[in-house]
Design a protein around this ligand. Structure first.
Ligand code: ADP
Length: 244
């Protein structure tokens, strides 16, 4: 049986706050294996767009992942469909070990729906996740003792054991050392090979080094989209970023 890759498809997505359109008709498609960076000035609507995908913000339009319609579903249902999210401040259980954090994440996912999802994808085991995110040597350490970067990787590991097929990451390398940035970029490529990854990012060097494709948001709309080189050369993007 041939299987079509799942992809995330947004069509004319809008989010309003008291009549103000924070996201104003965004359409975009992110394929599996495409490491997509979402950039744009402060207030462009990046966070709100990710909130719409993950169910935190009420949106109109259409948001689909594979055959599932995400729009209007509660946050936990969207998570169960394989849409995972990290925030700038990693939310790990600081008093528990790395292993315990992963066990809890894996346990939280077990349930009737796991069987349904297993037809298309199998969640990473805790051991696989430890290896993938490079924390195997730290398995017994308290999460609270990890570096900022390691906490971010642990959180990504927690999404992997929950069988996340889409990972939306909010400024994953903010506050990281150069080595951690490099490791994170490589990690995102590894996990993104058979998943859909969206990275909200301000760090342009990181974007240039690791993005497969870029969507530039400005005032709630898509200003430009494409490969890194083309997007950077786009005069509209330069105007927004440099004010020229
Ligand atoms: P970005 O992530 O690109 O910096 P945001 O998505 O955070 O942008 O914000 C987009 C716009 O929506 C901003 O003008 C912001 O002030 C506004 N906004 C975001 N969240 C809310 C909210 N809960 N209520 C009202 N306005 C909001």
């Amino acid at each position: 049986m041939s299987m079509t890759a799942d992809y995330l498809e947004l069509s004319d997505v809008r989010v309003e706050f008291d009549g103000f359109r924070a996201v104003d008709g965004v359409s975009m498609t992110v394929l599996q294996g495409d490491l997509r960076f979402l950039i744009g000035p402060n207030g462009a609507g990046k966070t709100t767009l990710v909130d719409a995908i993950t169910g935190l913000a009420k949106a109109t339009g259409s948001i689909r992942f594979g055959r599932s319609d995400l729009l209007g579903r509660p946050v936990h249902r969207i998570a169960r469909l394989g849409i995972g999210r990290t925030f700038q401040t990693a939310s790990v259980f600081e008093e528990l070990s790395v292993l315990q954090n992963l066990d809890i994440a894996a346990g939280a996912h077990r349930g009737p729906l796991t069987l349904l999802r297993a037809r298309t994808a199998v969640p990473a085991t805790v051991e696989e996740a430890l290896e993938t995110v490079g924390l195997a040597a730290h398995r017994e350490r308290k999460a609270g003792e990890l570096s900022h970067g390691q906490k971010q990787w642990l959180e990504i590991g927690m999404l992997l054991v929950q069988n996340a097929r889409v990972l939306a990451l909010d400024e994953p390398v903010a506050g990281m050392s150069a080595d951690e940035r490099q490791a994170t970029g490589e990690l995102l490529h590894a996990v993104g090979a058979d998943r859909t990854v969206i990275v909200v990012e301000h760090d342009m060097d990181f974007m240039r080094a690791f993005a497969d494709s870029v969507t530039v948001l400005h005032a709630g709309r898509v200003l430009a989209e494409g490969g890194v080189t083309d997007v950077q050369a786009d005069p509209r993007v330069q105007e927004v970023y440099l004010g020229t």
